[in-house]
Design a protein around this ligand. Structure first.
Ligand code: HEM
Length: 154
């Protein structure tokens, strides 16, 4: 079965909530990434020289917003078109940034885990397994597109 309207609505609904408090949720997202994979720290320019995760760092917020928002956009595309559609230039950019930073396939699983846990904490009682599944699927399809591009560019 394809991506349903219900799944799209669940992702949009939770992105609306997370959008209200980007400083908190972007910090939480990065804390979770480092909790799951401490070795990922040096890859991020804004983390490599600090012991603590910086509060209100624009680059940290930018990466969190990109991951949250592009996953939400993927959910919309999956429902509308049945696949994730990125422009050639966006895809090339995403592929080259991550290749250059030394990101490898297993890192995408780490970020997925951190994303799903952030959504769960943000949504509290409104969270559901179905919401979790919808985010997971939209993220996987987006991550696959990036990973394929990275392989093509490598
Ligand atoms: C940079 C998106 C997954 C590590 C970026 C940038 C974007 C992006 C758009 C460029 C930011 C900018 O220059 O403004 C995404 C999306 C992802 C994803 C949509 C998943 C769907 C990952 C993963 C890792 C990662 C799995 C590794 C754990 C990085 C690093 C940078 C970066 C290290 C450079 C950030 C810096 O040091 O300033 N990402 N990313 N990303 N990404 Fe990702």
């Amino acid at each position: 079965m394809g991506f349903t309207e219900k799944q799209e609505a669940l992702v949009k609904e939770s992105w609306e909530v997370m959008k209200q408090n980007i400083p908190e949720f972007s910090l939480r997202f990065f804390s979770l990434i480092l909790e799951i994979a401490p070795a990922a720290k040096p890859m991020f320019s804004f983390l490599k020289d600090t012991d603590e995760i910086p509060q209100n760092n624009p680059k940290l917020k930018a990466h969190a917003i990109k991951v949250f928002k592009m996953t939400c956009e993927s959910a919309i595309q999956l429902r509308e078109k049945g696949e994730v559609v990125l422009s050639e230039s966006t895809l090339q950019w995403l592929g080259s940034v991550h290749l250059q930073k030394g990101v490898i396939d297993p890192h995408f699983q780490v970020v997925k885990e951190a994303l799903l846990r952030t959504v769960k904490e943000a949504m509290g009682e409104k969270w559901s397994e179905e919401m979790n599944g919808a985010w997971g699927e939209a993220y996987d399809q987006l991550a696959n597109a990036i990973k394929d591009e990275m392989k093509a560019e490598a």
